[in-house]
Design a binder for this molecule. Structure first.
Ligand SMILES: NC(=O)c1ccc[n+]([C@@H]2O[C@H](COP(=O)([O-])OP(=O)(O)OC[C@H]3O[C@@H](n4cnc5c(N)ncnc54)[C@H](O)[C@@H]3O)[C@@H](O)[C@H]2O)c1
Ligand SMILES: O=P(O)(O)OC[C@H](O)CO
Length: 347
């Protein structure tokens, strides 16, 4: 398998994935645009801004040069936040080997175009063989992966050979990797769960209890599956790691950035202050806007997303949003299911 392996960028998740690769015996080039971070990784084997108190493997070498990171690489793992994916993809185009395995582990849609990340990558890298594009997703917090806690993820590609190459590259005794042919489903599940995690943080912050959290996860999964199916996904994907698996971890974990952001919003802190305090990417905010627009494009009902949109962008109080969700026109769980994706998920 791959000889030269690179990870772009050195945020929390990129650094954790670089560590998995290093544990698999790979020499890893980790790109960051921040010179101080590069120096700290190379001289102290630490990335203290994102993963405090963790000593990184000496097999991880950081670089400021995208050319050095990408030229001649057989495998590249892109972990740029969704807002920067197109920009970084366009910058690597001149250096990219067209047969390289390109795995992305980003969870979000592009603002405006509403494209999935593999669509953005395909746009910007027309010379790359599209069968070499892979998405990695699933319930996986960087803080636990870096401590080698048992973790399961899924890699999806059009081409089974590419998915198996990614599986082969990443799998080890604490990082178990499954394959799935449903690229759209794995990307949609990974992106949309962040909306529900924001909602879970709000729900917990308001003291609504476990019943409300269970309701949010279950009805959240229903709307993820409804939109995902209309976008061409296999509904069964949402019963897997990129669906219910990731929903469970982000809605219940102390590590979740989206949950923490929702929890701060419940305390009445304005959104821009919340994002500033977090200091890390909170994909769920932009994803709520994207999903709100996608639900209209595909004519899919997404009540939780709609209410969260109003809380985030229209100043609606979370209490009133919860009240309006509870007071929606009465409906039949199975009738709704019969017209949507969840039928198949539950079969
Ligand atoms: N943190 C996790 O546990 C985790 C797990 C699975 C998936 N993800 C996904 O991985 C992606 C990255 O998240 P993260 O947690 O690593 O974020 P992070 O906030 O920890 O790090 C993001 C890094 O990207 C850099 N960056 C941002 N925009 C950039 C640009 N345009 N060009 C170059 N560098 C840029 C930032 O400077 C920062 O170093 C997100 O889509 C997230 O949903 C995160
Ligand atoms: O910390 P979050 O909420 O961005 O979630 C990170 C991962 O997506 C969990 O699988």
């Amino acid at each position: 398998m791959s000889n030269k392996v690179s990870v772009l960028v050195a945020g929390s998740w990129g650094t954790a994935l670089a560590s998995v690769l290093a544990d698999n015996g790979k020499q890893v080039l980790l790109w960051s645009r921040n010179a101080e971070q590069v120096q700290e990784i190379n001289e102290q084997h630490r990335n203290s801004r994102f993963l405090q108190d963790v000593e990184l493997s000496p097999l991880i070498v950081a670089t400021n040069s995208l050319q050095e990171a990408v030229e001649g690489a057989d495998a590249i793992i892109m972990v740029v936040p969704s807002s920067g994916m197109r920009d970084v993809a366009s910058q690597i185009r001149p250096f990219l080997n067209k047969d390289a395995l390109l795995i992305h582990a980003t969870k979000g849609f592009e603002t405006g175009s509403l494209k999935r990340m593999t669509e953005v990558l395909a746009d910007e890298l027309p010379e790359l063989d599209p069968s070499r594009l892979v998405v990695l997703s699933g319930p996986s917090h960087a803080e636990e992966v870096i401590r080698k806690c048992p973790t399961t993820v899924v890699v999806a590609a059009q081409d089974l050979e590419a998915a198996e190459a990614a599986q082969d590259l990443m799998i080890n005794s604490y990082f178990r990797v499954y394959t799935n042919p449903d690229v759209a489903g794995v990307e949609v599940g990974g992106a949309l769960k962040n909306i529900i995690a924001l909602g879970a943080g709000l729900t917990d912050g308001l003291g609504f209890g476990d019943n409300a959290k269970a309701a949010l996860l279950t009805r959240g999964l229903a709307e993820i599956a409804r939109l995902g199916t209309q976008m061409g996904s296999n509904p069964l994907t949402f019963a897997g790691l990129a669906g219910i698996g990731d929903l469970i971890v982000t809605c219940t974990s102390q590590h979740s950035r989206n949950w923490r952001a929702g929890n701060k919003l419940a305390k009445g802190i304005p959104l821009d202050e919340v994002l500033q305090e977090m200091g890390m990417v909170v994909e769920g905010v932009k994803t709520t806007k994207a999903a709100y627009e996608l639900s209209r494009r595909y004519d899919v009902t997404m009540p939780i997303t709609d209410e969260l949109y109003k809380v985030l962008f229209e100043g609606k109080s979370p209490q009133l949003a919860a009240q309006d969700l509870m007071g929606r026109v009465r409906t039949h769980e199975l009738e709704e299911v019969a017209t949507g994706a969840v039928t198949n998920v539950l079969k």
